[in-house]
Ligand binder design. Structure first.
Ligand code: G4F
Length: 331
């Protein structure tokens, strides 16, 4: 039985990936912060349905010795490094801890793997935020980087660390260059979930408006369940390589709002207010990827369209609101 370790297993992608790997017959291990084990109700919600089928290890990306200990305990074939401070806006508020967790954390993990399990295949969760102020459209694997946030910079550092371990130590290290991917499990701070969550709140009379930042920013949004399949395929390839994973479509935040409110029979113009509080000091205006290489080399194909993604997210949040299970998050 193949064994995989997922860092960031409690997040959106981690939970979908754990499900996918279990379905393929893997033994799945997850690295989580100790506080998550102490507060399972608040922090392990996305894994509840998997019960005892995943083995969780307490560890911290900020500590090389803790990663060393976890890797000493479990011999793994594949390591999916998804854990990160992943909210771009927060990286402007605290760039130092974002850089520390995302860049040093990746380095500690690679160094520990090199020491203990150099034959383990390693996946790094790179991001389309690395392209930032884009130099060409659509973006592909060879598009030059121009990150626009400490988050983007931390991911560029992680990308080059991963490449360097591949080239310097002949380890099987790959970079996934994933464009935005969403789902009903998305965190409430990201714009798609903020929108669908508030569509439901407004529909059920729990809110009367939705304040957003830049409505003209354009993103290439896919479904997280499709994107985790690509992560697995990358580690099954004969050679370590880097791959863009994207839908190939770009839509503005405004278009997302229009569609999401319409799903609930509402007109977004009646509720959405643009609020400069949510503007970023430097914005990424346009992202759209070309995943032709992943389709050709890995045989990857997404199953969800943009419309299906929006529709599923709105339906999920309407259902939560109807059951009175809507989280009263501060957004
Ligand atoms: O949903 P977002 O916060 O995602 P962002 O910044 O594109 O980053 C996400 O995707 C990356 C992949 O490209 C990941 F690497 C990263 O970890 C994360 O998952 O914002 C999307 C866009 C931005 O242009 C933002 O300025 O929506 C705009 N926006 C407008 N109003 C807002 C809001 N974003 C948020 N979070 N909240 C708003 O009120």
């Amino acid at each position: 039985m193949r064994k995989a370790l997922i860092t960031g297993i409690t997040g959106q992608d981690g939970s979908y990936l754990a499900e996918h790997l279990l379905g393929l017959g893997y033994e799945v291990h997850g690295l989580v912060r100790r506080v998550a084990l102490e507060q399972p109700d608040q922090r392990l919600g996305r894994l509840t349905h998997l019960g005892e089928r995943v083995v969780l290890h307490a560890g911290s990306l900020e500590s090389y010795p803790s990663l060393f200990q976890v890797l000493s305990r479990c011999q793994i074939d594949e390591c999916y490094h998804l854990a990160a401070q992943s909210f771009v806006a927060e990286s402007f508020a605290d760039g130092f801890s974002t850089m520390n967790t995302n860049s040093n954390g990746t380095h500690y993990l690679l160094a520990a793997l090199r020491e203990l399990q150099p034959g383990c295949r390693f996946y790094f969760a790179g991001s389309s935020e690395m392209f930032g102020k884009v130099r060409e459209t659509p973006q592909v694997e060879t598009t030059p980087f121009h990150p626009r946030s400490p988050y983007g910079i931390s991911k560029v550092a992680g990308y080059y660390l991963t490449l360097n371990y591949r080239e310097a130590y002949q380890m099987f290290c790959v970079n996934g260059m994933l464009f935005n991917h969403e789902s009903p499990r998305r965190g409430f701070e990201f714009v798609t979930r903020k929108i669908t969550h508030n569509v439901a709140r407004i529909k059920f009379g729990l809110a009367s408006e939705l304040r957003l930042g830049n409505l003209e920013a354009r993103r290439d949004w896919g479904h997280a369940a499709d994107y985790v399949r690509a992560m697995h395929l990358m580690l099954q390839h004969s050679e370590p390589d880097d791959f863009v994973i994207a839908s190939g479509e770009t839509h503005s935040v405004r278009e997302f709002c229009e569609l999401a409110f319409a799903e609930a029979g509402l007109d977004y113009l009646d509720f959405v207010k643009e609020d400069p509080t949510f503007y970023r000091p430097a914005e990424v205006d346009l992202l759209v990827g070309n995943a032709a290489k992943a389709k050709r080399v890995l045989g990857w194909q997404p199953a969800y369209s943009f419309r299906e993604l929006v529709s599923q997210m709105v339906a999920h949040d309407l259902e939560l609101a109807q059951r009175g299970a809507m989280a009263e998050m501060f957004l």
